[in-house]
Write a protein that binds this ligand. Structure first.
Ligand code: FAD
Length: 489
């Protein structure tokens, strides 16, 4: 069935002022179907979770996704050899309560392979004059006690990264966080983490060894740039429950092991999913959003729209005049961090570790041997090491060979077997705009779910849901957006 959409030409004066002229939209669009009750723009974790939550509430929806595959930053696909590539190395954490609830309801919670409750730092020999020769591996074993004592025990048991004085400084420096004062973290958003760290009297050595890779793992942003609030919030979250800091990996590539079953789950509940459907324009009638026009001219009508695209795409879709409204102005102001996801296949096992690894002073600050950690990647003859290559502000413009050489050199300083001779192949996936960059002041720019249009809602890991940009954040954002939508009736 084809039907014509009303265009912004019929808008109320008040909303016309808000949106500006309607020169961007024409009224000749056709829709291929009946209007969706809710149209969700973006088939990443936030969009799929929103469809699930709407279906739970008995409310139909339709997802339109720009790319040919679902999953957004949690997507994976095969290369020409049949090996898996991913947008990002993804670790799940014990404190991802919303993700766990979602996976449990979809019946796939057992697909997270929980690792021993240890976080491991690999320090290359060149990094610190304290240790000469081989790399040093520091395993922070979380002890069997309630949080935050389990984490304090892990820090106290450290042998290399912290000396006795630094352990004391860690305890006194991070005290406000260990006792879960979230408001304290929020008040530090004007400082970078490095500034806050120095103010609290902790050493430069602690900053560069322990905290630097945490910041890069969290936001692909250095401790000199990241907001203190962002890192402190993560520490508070790690200290919030005994299992919050335990890491796990999916038992195979996310497209197969998480995204496909989640998409099947929502399809079975009546959700329609269109891929290769990039939204180009939001359509309005008066102050209401009436749907979306895609780049190829298709128009999708809807009673409600949830915009679950990344922040830089949301900024292109929201009308310029709306972007001046205080509730959503941050969408145009938030920047995104670049990152490169590196894939390295070796003909033998190069690392004895299967857990999540942090590595300061290298181009692979967070990495994991997914070949050994998870059989689902089909590479068990040796290591399949995936690494978030960051900060990538400069590296992203370099050619593949230069980046691979740089990462391989750093990798070899940790794992001597990571040589060209044992490397079967290496591939990079560049993500120039990944998650929003958590710089000082950015927290205040994160928009809520509501927009000036009463039936248009925002979801996505960059929105304000009280959690860092992550899979957990994406699912939480979907919950907040769906709750706002249901309340709006
Ligand atoms: C290298 C890397 C490593 C990461 N590691 C971790 C980790 O270990 N743990 C963790 O929790 N998180 C990690 N993350 C972050 C996590 O992937 C994201 O926070 C999460 O996937 C965001 O989900 P989302 O649905 O908000 O956005 P996205 O995943 O970006 O999904 C948005 C979707 O919207 C679509 N879209 C965009 N524009 C349009 C349009 N105009 N029309 C239609 N569709 C559109 C996109 O194609 C995409 O599919 C990592 C990210 C990267 C890049």
């Amino acid at each position: 069935m084809h039907r014509y959409l009303p265009c912004f030409a019929g808008a109320t004066d008040a909303f016309r002022k808000l949106r500006g002229k309607c020169g961007r939209c024409s009224n000749d669009g056709t829709v291929a179907d009946m209007p969706a009750e809710t149209l969700i723009v973006g088939g990443g974790p936030a969009g799929l979770a929103a469809a699930k939550f709407l279906a739970d509430a008995g409310r139909p929806s339709r997802i339109i996704e720009k790319r040919a595959i679902l999953g957004g930053k949690l997507s994976s696909w095969r290369d020409r050899d049949g090996d898996w590539l991913e947008t990002g190395l993804h670790a799940f954490f014990g404190g991802y309560t919303s993700v766990h609830a979602l996976l449990t309801e979809v019946g796939i919670a057992d697909r997270i392979l929980w690792q021993p409750h240890t976080l491991t730092w690999g320090l290359p020999p060149h990094f610190s004059p304290r240790w000469n020769g081989a790399a040093v591996f520091e395993e922070f074993h979380f002890v069997d006690m309630p949080a935050p004592l389990n984490g304090i025990g892990a820090v106290l048991s450290a042998r290399y990264i912290f000396n006795a004085v630094e352990k004391l400084l860690f305890a006194t420096g991070t005290l406000p966080i260990l006792f879960r004062d979230h408001r304290y973290a929020e008040r530090q958003d004007d400082l970078t983490y490095a500034e806050w760290h120095r103010k609290r009297g902790m050493t430069e050595h602690m900053l560069r060894t322990f905290f630097a890779p945490m910041a890069l793992a969290l936001n692909f942003t250095s401790v000199d740039e990241i907001s203190a609030e962002a890192l402190l919030r993560v520490m508070a979250y790690f200290a919030s429950s005994k299992e919050a800091s335990r890491a796990g990996f999916l038992d195979g590539p996310p497209s197969e092991r998480l995204i496909a079953p989640l998409a099947e789950h929502v399809r079975a509940r009546g959700v329609t999913i269109d891929v290769d459907a990039p939204a180009a324009e939001l359509l309005f009638s008066g102050e209401r959003c009436t749907g979306v026009r895609t780049r190829d001219g298709r128009a999708f009508a809807a009673d409600n729209v949830i915009l679950a695209a990344p922040v830089h795409d949301a900024a292109k879709l929201l009308p310029p005049a709306m972007l001046q409204h205080p509730s959503v102005h941050g969408v145009a102001k938030l920047e995104s961090s670049p990152v490169i996801n590196g894939h390295f296949w070796f003909d033998r096992v190069i690392s004895p570790y299967t857990n999540l690894m942090f590595s300061p002073g290298t181009s692979l600050p967070v990495h994991a041997d997914l070949g050994q950690a998870s059989g689902g990647y089909g590479w068990q003859r040796g290591s399949f090491l995936e690494a978030c290559i960051a900060p990538a502000d400069d590296l992203i413009a370099q050619d593949d060979e230069a980046v691979i050489e740089r990462v391989l050199t750093d990798m070899r300083s940790l794992y001597p077997l990571a040589t060209r001779e044992h490397l079967v192949k290496a591939k990079l996936v560049r993500v120039p705009k990944s998650v929003y960059r958590a710089k000082p002041g950015a927290e205040r720019l994160r928009p809520g779910a509501r927009t000036p249009a009463p039936n248009l809602f925002l979801a996505g890991c960059y929105t304000n849901h009280g959690f860092p940009a992550s899979i957990e954040g994406a699912v939480r954002s979907a919950r907040v957006a769906v709750d706002a939508l249901l309340a709006s009736r």
